[in-house]
Design a protein around this ligand. Structure first.
Ligand code: COA
Ligand code: ZN
Length: 290
């Protein structure tokens, strides 16, 4: 078999955003910039850099503008940022992201706790944001948080995930990310939820975002791979969690995902040794600052 036949998986590195938003201490801006630059130098094709959210909600990422100004753009890496509302897009656009992420939820209570509005209100809030971002030529991801379970409501029905997915698709998002925000999914439930969403959109527009409890995230990701999903979120050193999702475990570690994909025969174009070094770098820094 020629190397052209090696199936490719896109790794989306989320440690600078999902990882650092959940640290107790505030990591200095220059450390965040150094982390992003190390990750891009490792060949990661997409990096979620930061969030243009309310600094009252997430004080850890209040320096979003400074981080975006400080990073060195590597051609070949897409730098994306979270945007919760029009105000967030106003702040984000001058910093020249390549893509934005709007984030809704599959559970009403989590939507209220995380972004202070109902699911239906969030879709209306995203509508002009997505339209403006698309008009500006940006890639747009729509994330569905708590798709495999909610810290407040418990089980989440696959049909609830599919409903939000179809609303986000109708807004014109390029990609959907189905997120196990608190790391409670099992492979069987993962398959059910992803199958429900795959009834609405092709696997090439679907991303899997898992937090890792008992190393189940890798099994869940294998279930996603079996369904044709080829975009996976991961976080160096397994950092991550959400301040509005009590009990959330860290994201699945990029180091673990890269090792698994290599074992299964998938290519990523990412230098796993450099990612391990970036993970060690941020671990050491967090020991100093967090
Ligand atoms: N950037 C900076 N400040 C913002 C902002 C943004 N994108 N959106 C709102 N604000 C400020 C407003 O200016 C206002 O400030 P003030 O109190 O000094 O006047 C305050 O936040 C409240 O604004 P409001 O529009 O009423 O928002 P809200 O209180 O309903 O909060 C969100 C809604 C979405 C802005 C907020 O819940 C949030 O930022 N959530 C993010 C959660 C998150 O990132 N979770 C982790 C990722 S899953
Ligand atoms: Zn997450």
């Amino acid at each position: 078999m020629s190397s052209d036949a090696t199936p490719h998986v896109t790794i989306v590195e989320v440690s600078p955003r999902d990882g650092l938003q959940n640290e107790k201490g505030v990591v200095p801006t220059d450390v965040k910039v150094a982390l992003v630059d190390r990750l891009s130098a490792a060949g990661l094709p997409v990096i979620e850099v930061t969030s243009f959210v309310s600094p009252k909600a997430i004080p850890q990422l209040a320096d979003a503008e400074a981080v975006m100004a400080g990073i060195t753009r590597r051609p070949g890496t897409r730098y994306t940022v979270l945007v919760p509302n029009a105000r967030g897009l106003d702040r984000a656009l001058p910093t020249r992201p390549d893509g934005i992420v709007v984030f809704g939820a599959a559970s009403e209570t989590f939507s209220q706790k995380n972004i202070n509005c109902s699911i239906a209100e969030s879709i209306e809030r995203f509508r002009p944001v997505v339209a403006r971002a698309k008009a500006a030529g940006l890639h747009v991801r729509g994330t569905i948080s708590c798709a495999l379970g909610c810290p407040y409501e418990g089980d989440v029905a696959p049909s609830a995930v599919a409903n939000v997915a179809s609303e986000l698709l109708a807004l014109g998002v390029d990609e959907l990310s189905v997120a196990d925000t608190i790391g409670v999914g099992t492979p069987a439930q993962t398959s059910k939820v992803f199958e429900a969403v795959l009834g609405l959109v092709g696997a090439e527009r679907l991303n899997a975002h898992f937090h890792d409890t008992y190393h189940r995230a890798l099994l869940n990701l294998e279930a996603c791979l079996a369904l044709g999903v080829r975009s996976i979120d991961a976080s160096a050193a397994g950092l991550g969690g959400c301040p509005f999702a009590p009990g959330a475990t860290g994201n699945v570690a990029s180091e673990d995902v890269l090792a698994m994909l290599s074992t299964l025969g998938y290519g990523t174009g990412v230098d796993a040794t450099a990612v391990r070094a970036a993970g060690q770098f941020i671990r050491d820094e967090l020991a100093r600052f967090a």
